[in-house]
Write a protein that binds this ligand. Structure first.
Ligand SMILES: [Zn+2]
Ligand SMILES: [Zn+2]
Length: 345
């Protein structure tokens, strides 16, 4: 049996090639991938690999938001069987460092993450071998599209969790891309109702509205600070989630947050950002970092199963694996249309 994978061979260039099957150890499962989401990080690396990751060495296989069907299990694997539909948690931490031992395995310095540093091959591939421990069986009510979307969902859940947002509080989400919308779903599932979402693109705001945002702010035509002030009677928001990854948006957060509130940095911002710490200190604001997620796949599966989140409504486009080049180009260059693009193997 041979595998097939999409290799990033250069700037904005993917090639599907036949390659060897991955090795399946005694504790691994071999998964035939059914669906993979295209993540913002995949888009960044595709657009300009050497700019996004200085030490990248091509070719690499990207992709980490994936789910599929178990086709083989290692000798020591229990609890999973061939035929099971599963989602893969892409980060496999070392299990022994102080961060792993304290449960904060997402900040393990020795983590191996699909399609990321230290350049483990990713999931834009027919078959992936993955530790059974980090592979979750999907309940009958969930398909592998929802399985693949668990990964961005847990990012949103982790952001809401890090914020410790409480019932009755207000939230402003900057950026209505996939992660902003997943943060919205996570806040709604936590019972938060006064939520505003801001974005440059009206299609993404329409999606935020459909999901349940009470307010949307179209930053291409409206003044963000004035609108945020109008919505909150001048007080600002209890929690501001920065999920655009833009320096300009991050720089505005001190003006948008309430006194005593929290700024949660969800988006990855490259380079240095001018930021008014005087203002955040005067308001005694907590600034909170977010890196991926931890311990959230099982509760995320529970939320999907109970219908407390509906992640599939975010998907705007599906492409076949053979069209992966077009899929990445679409996701990167048609942001006014594409919210979430999913590859079907
Ligand atoms: Zn992702
Ligand atoms: Zn570790």
């Amino acid at each position: 049996m041979k595998n097939q994978a999409a290799f990033l061979t250069g700037k904005q260039k993917l090639e599907i090639k036949t390659c060897e099957m991955p090795n399946v150890s005694d504790t691994d499962v071999l998964v035939e991938i059914n669906h993979i989401g295209i993540c913002g990080s995949d888009m960044h690396i595709f657009e300009d690999p050497y700019h996004a990751v200085k030490d990248i060495r091509l070719p690499v296989i990207l992709g980490h938001e994936c789910a599929g069907r178990v086709v083989e299990t290692g000798k020591q694997v229990t609890g999973l069987m061939p035929g099971d539909l599963v989602a893969l948690e892409p980060g496999v931490p070392c299990g022994t460092c102080e961060f792993c031992r304290s449960g904060r395995y997402n900040i393990c310095p020795n983590v191996h993450f699909l399609g990321a540093r230290p350049w483990l091959n990713g999931a834009f591939s027919k078959y992936v071998s993955h530790p059974a421990r980090w592979t979750y069986k999907l309940p009958d009510s969930m398909d592998t599209i929802e399985g693949a979307l668990l990964e961005p969902l847990v990012v949103g859940m982790h952001a809401a969790g890090r914020a410790g947002i409480q019932l009755g509080q207000s939230a402003l989400i900057l950026g209505a891309g996939c992660i902003g919308l997943m943060t919205l779903e996570a806040c709604l599932a936590r019972g938060i109702r006064k939520i505003a979402v801001a974005d440059l693109y009206s299609n993404q705001l329409a999606m935020a509205n459909k999901i349940g945002a009470e307010y949307t702010i179209h930053t291409a035509s409206e003044n963000l600070i004035a609108q945020a002030s109008a919505i909150t009677g001048g007080a600002g928001f209890d929690v501001v989630f920065e999920s655009t990854g833009s320096q300009a948006a991050a720089g505005m957060t001190p003006a948008l947050v309430k006194r005593g509130g929290k700024i949660v940095m969800v988006g990855n911002i490259f380079g240095e950002t001018p930021f008014n710490f005087f203002q955040t200190n005067a308001k005694e604001v907590d600034i909170i970092g977010v890196f991926r997620y931890r311990n959230l796949y099982p509760p995320a599966i529970e939320l999907c199963q109970k219908g407390q989140v509906d992640t599939k409504q975010i998907v705007t486009n599906y492409f076949d694996f053979t069209e992966i080049q077009a899929a990445l180009e679409y996701a990167v260059f048609q942001k006014q249309e594409a919210v979430k693009t999913v590859i079907k193997m």
